[in-house]
Design a binder for this molecule. Structure first.
Ligand code: ATP
Ligand code: MN
Length: 461
């Protein structure tokens, strides 16, 4: 049994075997050692009582340091200590490995999240990173549950792609060229025809276009995989490698898309509150004493929906001065987004119908000919959590839009086929998993909610 199961079972008098890592050891004069053990199954440690009658008490137990790994066989007994109902009386303790207290960096003293980032291979042994990993796991599990319960098909979109979802400039190239001898054409341009795939390829920035192909056959699909952006954004909300969840639904319009986004966010947050209450209590005590209340409120109230035009008018008329200008036609910066959700409405906000010039070509043109059926979901603290839209399903409008921005109709002919043959209204969105973990745990930096973060000039481990 793992420690979570033992603590929940409460089977006084039963024999158990448990394994884990020592968090603390305290020796009493009465010839007993109290060892707190954690195995990551939950935040709580279990207390193991080791009597000096154990054969290896002097030789091994008294040498156990923080971080040592052990296996314990013993009996569950009621605990006289406060804060725990049971403990384990050890009958036998096996030591797998010690951790030198001079060298092992995780001692009892407080450390900073920045320092822990530099030992990302050991930080999962701390309370914070154990809790982050379990909450992240719950968000992933409940994501699959949410979509599977509603008849969606899980789609594995490609990691290496030849299509560029939004526009060049922010993608990682995939190549097998010897970079010191790159083949050139007669015009001195890079000769991609001699590269592995015979063309220029990159790591995907989004699985959306492929998901559209499957939505226009299976009706409801979702992707859940890694995505890559080579944008040089050194912020607390951007990673170069992150995980995105992208549902795509045939026959949905923008309103149905907003309903789905709200339902999805509320459902996975509720799962975390229901199934990770110990970890959430920890974040509430240690990082943000309003987080559980905030999350509970979000689960139970509708998100505020307003058009981009309404958002601009609120921002133009608000008392706050912003670093970036506000005007119809300009994109909302993160300071604007955060003002709307954190200060003005103080709840999640969905902004829809953005000017076509600042949004991607595949978003459906509205009847006003100026705006497209786009939507962004904004959350306090993290800002944009979802970007989505109803897609342009009309072949003539889509082709015209692509020509306007000089996209090659030939390169995207497969995408246009989806409109040529049995086109249908459809809509979808992308949610960044790390931004969600960041929001739910209330940790300030996105680099602390993915096991091994990658960002500009940093790719360790
Ligand atoms: P932002 O404006 O915040 O940079 P974006 O508009 O470029 O985001 P989209 O292309 O709409 O992002 O991607 C969909 C979602 O993926 C975003 O709403 C966000 O949750 C997440 N996301 C985007 N870029 C990153 C990144 N670099 N690191 C982590 N998550 C990201
Ligand atoms: Mn976006």
């Amino acid at each position: 049994m793992n420690i979570k199961q033992i603590l929940n079972s409460n089977q006084i008098g039963e024999s158990v075997k448990l394994s884990g890592w020592v968090r603390t050891r305290r020796d009493s004069k009465a010839g007993l050692s109290f060892i707190e053990v954690n195995d990551g199954s939950c935040l709580k440690n279990i207390q193991v009582i080791a009597p000096n009658t154990l054969s290896n008490y002097e030789s091994e137990i008294l040498k156990l340091t923080i971080g040592s790994s052990i296996e314990v066989n013993g009996k569950i007994v009621e605990s006289p200590a406060k804060g725990q109902s049971i403990e384990v009386n050890a009958e036998n303790i096996k030591v797998f490995g010690y951790a030198d207290s001079e060298e092992y960096p995780l001692q009892k003293k407080k450390t900073s999240l920045e320092f822990l980032r530099s030992i990302a291979h050991l930080r999962p042994r701390t309370n914070t990173f154990g809790a982050v990993a379990r909450v992240r796991n719950e968000l992933s599990l409940s994501t699959h549950k949410f979509f599977q319960d509603r008849g969606f098909v899980y789609l594995n979109s490609p990691i290496i792609t030849a299509s560029d979802c939004e526009g060049a400039g922010q993608m990682f190239n995939v190549t097998t060229f010897d970079l010191s001898h790159i083949p050139l054409t007669d015009n001195k341009e890079i000769d991609y025809s001699r590269d592995f795939f015979g063309k220029r390829t990159n790591l995907t920035v989004s699985g959306q276009l492929e998901a559209e192909a499957y939505a226009l056959a299976l009706s409801k699909v979702y992707t859940f995989g890694p995505t890559f952006r080579a944008e040089n954004s050194n912020t607390t909300r951007h990673l170069a490698e992150f995980w995105m969840i992208e549902p795509e639904v045939a026959f949905n319009d923008l309103e149905a898309n907003m309903d789905l986004a709200q339902d999805y966010i509320q459902t996975i947050i509720k799962s975390v509150l229901d199934n990770c209450s110990q970890d959430m209590q920890f974040f509430n005590e240690r990082y943000d004493n309003t987080i559980v209340e905030t999350l509970s409120h979000i689960v139970n109230s509708n998100f505020r929906r307003l058009s981009y035009t309404q958002a601009i008018s609120i921002l133009e008329n608000c008392p706050k001065t912003f670093e970036f200008p506000v005007a119809f036609g300009l994109d909302l910066q993160s300071e604007h987004e955060r003002y709307l959700t954190e200060e003005h409405f103080k709840e999640p906000v969905i902004v829809y119908n953005y000017p076509k010039e600042i949004k991607a070509f595949y978003m459906r043109l509205n009847d006003d000919d100026k705006t497209v059926a786009a939507m962004d979901v904004l959350l306090p603290k993290v800002g944009e959590i979802i970007g989505g839209s109803q897609r342009e399903e009309r072949l003539d409008v889509l082709s015209r839009r692509m020509q306007e921005i000089n996209l090659s109709l030939e390169e995207y002919s497969w995408y246009l086929d989806l409109r040529r043959f049995g086109t249908a209204p459809h809509a979808g969105f992308g949610l960044g998993l790390e931004r969600m973990v960041q929001f739910v745990t209330s940790l300030g930096n996105i680099r602390d909610v993915i096991p091994f973060p990658r960002y500009p000039e940093y790719c360790e481990f």
